[in-house]
Design a protein around this ligand. Structure first.
Ligand SMILES: Cc1cc2nc3c(=O)[nH]c(=O)nc-3n(C[C@H](O)[C@H](O)[C@H](O)COP(=O)(O)OP(=O)(O)OC[C@H]3O[C@@H](n4cnc5c(N)ncnc54)[C@H](O)[C@@H]3O)c2cc1C
Length: 403
């Protein structure tokens, strides 16, 4: 018999799991809730290793969860930061088209931004590009004033404080290794002993397909994509006042290598997107045979690889040849030099890939009886976390109590 029993258990101490735990406790303050995180600290993976951008919602197809939850989540995040004294800046960003062929894609982002209700987005020409970002060049650009920056580790820490303050237990070093179903709610096998729950919400990021497989649900597979950053040396930081982005390739869910001025004043360049051979190890040459085998054994991976191999090879080339990385950046910030780029950190994205080889674009949440699985929460899920949490709690209420 399990030695501990809770009403609700959240698996995963990233920003989505923490926001979900907070939301459940806000709705039902008497809930006995535990959040289980396998690492000794919170936000150790995607939530603590990202660009720190508060996205506005311009990119996403109208009507999708991403479009709605990014716009709503951004507004809630700003309120949350105000309430908790977390510093953020709404410095705005420029999305720059440098080639004629990119202008149609730029106009499509403009259209989506307006359809998604993003305020103040304007389509501008070369003169106005220089007004916003004197070092940038391009044929046309979108100015998005509602984009901002924040430190998501600070947001995660404040969410954790609220969860504890509302009586929730946060149990770190508690890896969930198995799920046993039984009447009355599942039992979770964890590194800290068995834990029973009436309802479980799994927000396991890079491991979400494995956690889903523990309860027999996994028709998607996480394929990890590493993103490496460079940091600009201090003397080169002036090349951006806020953020400069390229026009993304519409076939991919990644936004392209961009320049981001961080809340601490550093300027990060990146992230690129190369296949990672380990899900949660951050060295360039890290390999975890189990992770690599899982990717290679997934038919959807090979289908995607066949479709997109050219882009994959180009990304790997840029990853290893700094000159090539620099070349991509100099298309829109020509004054950058190789010596301006210092090695920076890396993050790894959890990208769900379907069996047919499609890269799942929208957020994906699956209700499976007493367990709700978040199966795809890539960017902009940090921006959207508070709204994703509401969406999950709504679905949990409906699934578990019929309300
Ligand atoms: C390079 C990069 C740049 C990004 N930039 C941005 C950005 O600028 N703006 C933005 O909005 N979004 C950005 N994102 C996306 C954003 O960071 C993620 O979408 C978000 O952090 C996902 O949060 P999460 O809680 O789902 O996942 P995670 O933060 O990965 O958390 C999942 C947690 O689950 C735990 N876990 C896994 N398995 C188990 C288990 N079996 N038992 C217990 N615990 C478990 C993990 O240890 C982890 O802590 C970026 C992501 C990356 C990688």
């Amino acid at each position: 018999m399990p030695d501990r029993t809770f009403d609700r258990v959240v698996i995963g101490g990233g920003i989505v799991g923490l926001a979900t735990a907070r939301e459940l406790l806000r709705r039902e303050p008497a809930t006995r809730l535990a959040l289980l995180e396998k690492e000794p600290e919170l936000a150790a993976h995607q939530s603590g290793r990202n660009s720190g951008v508060i996205h506005s919602g311009v990119y996403y197809k109208p009507g999708t969860l991403k479009a709605r939850l990014c716009v709503e989540g951004r507004a809630e995040l700003l309120r949350f930061c105000d309430e908790h004294g977390i510093r953020y800046e709404l410095s705005g960003k420029l999305i720059v088209a440098v080639a004629e062929g990119e202008e149609a894609a730029l106009r499509e982002i403009f259209r989506r931004g307006r359809a998604n209700g993003v305020e103040g987005v304007t389509l501008i020409g070369p003169e106005r590009i220089r007004e916003h970002e004197p070092a940038a060049v391009g044929r046309a650009a979108l100015w998005v004033p509602t984009t901002g920056i924040v430190d998501y580790r600070a947001v995660a820490a404040a969410l954790a404080d609220e969860v504890r303050g509302a009586g929730g237990e946060i149990l770190t070093s508690h890896r969930v290794t198995g799920i046993v179903s039984r009447d009355g709610g599942p039992i979770l096998e964890t590194a800290g002993g068995p834990i029973a729950a009436r309802g479980v919400i799994a927000c396991a990021g890079l491991q979400c397909d494995r956690v889903a497989a523990m309860s027999g649900r996994a028709d998607l597979r996480i394929v990890p994509f590493r993103g490496d950053y460079y940091v600009l040396r201090p003397a080169a930081r002036h090349v951006t006042r806020s953020m400069i982005y390229p026009v993304p390739d519409p076939r991919f869910p990644f936004l392209g290598v961009h320049l981001t001025r961080r809340i601490d004043g550093e300027v990060w360049v990146g992230p690129n997107a190369v296949l990672a051979f380990a899900r949660e190890r951050y060295g360039r040459w890290s390999i975890r045979p189990r992770d690599l085998a899982a990717t290679l054994a997934w038919r959807g991976f090979w289908r995607a690889a066949l479709r997109y191999w050219r882009t994959g090879v180009a990304e790997m080339w840029r990853d290893h040849v700094r000159r090539a990385y620099l070349g991509a950046l100099r298309r829109y910030v020509p004054e950058l030099r190789a010596e301006d780029l210092l090695p920076g950190p890396s993050g790894i994205r959890a990208q769900a890939v379907a069996r047919n080889g499609s890269l799942v674009d929208d957020f994906a949440i699956l209700e499976a009886g007493p367990i709700i699985h978040v199966l795809n929460a890539p960017s902009p899920a940090a921006t959207s976390a508070l709204a994703i949490a509401r969406e999950i709690a709504d679905r949990a209420e409906q699934a578990w109590t019929g309300r």
